[in-house]
Each structure stands twice: as C-alpha cells, then as structure tokens.
Design a protein around this ligand. Structure first.
Ligand SMILES: [Ca+2]
Length: 100
C-alpha cells in the first residue's frame, strides 16, 4: 500500500514537470509573429519556422537555454524569466531550446 501511494506521488510529480510552455516572438517587446510551444522538461526542441528569428521570449516560470544551432548545439544563452529583448546577446540566433 505504501509503495503504491509513493509511485502515484512520483507520477504526479513527473507529470507536472513536463507542463512547460514558452512563447517565441519575432520582434522585441513580445511583438511580431508569435508561437507558443509545449516542451518536455530537459528535452531539446528545435525552433522550426522560427529558426534565427526570435527576438523576445515569454517563459511562464520555466528556465531555458537557447542554442545557436539545431539539436541544442553551438552557442548557448540561458534565460530564467520573460525576456523582452535578445538584442545584443542572442537576437535572431535561436535554433533550438531546452527548458526545465
Ligand atoms: Ca541559429
């Protein structure tokens, strides 16, 4: 009985950590075209049609690392909250992302 309760608790915790979403914007200050993508915690997600176009990001509590190339490789930039402008650091560079 104890082990069943423990497993249920673990599953609930695992499910909650996968509920990550971020919104990518093609302009600064959350302007231009945008897309909200769902992410699995710790997995790599490619930017698709937003490749090399992202200028601001909303995080909804997630912490993310942006990558310069597909497959979470190349240069990295870590963001821990909503970021109204990537200019001067990672503007129009993001090709993939990992969040926690
Ligand atoms: Ca890129």
């Amino acid at each position: 009985m104890h082990s069943t309760t423990f497993l249920t608790t673990l599953l609930a915790a695992a499910t909650s950590t996968t509920a990550l979403q971020i919104t990518l914007y093609t302009n600064t200050n959350y302007g231009g075209d945008s897309t909200t993508i769902s992410l699995i915690s710790g997995s790599c997600t490619d930017a698709g049609q937003y490749n090399d176009k992202v200028s601001s990001v909303k995080m909804y509590g997630a912490s993310c690392t942006l990558f310069e190339n597909y497959g979470c490789s190349g240069g990295q930039f870590k963001i821990n909250g909503d970021t109204p402008s990537l200019e001067g650091v990672f503007n129009d560079k993001m090709s993939s992302v990992t969040c926690y």
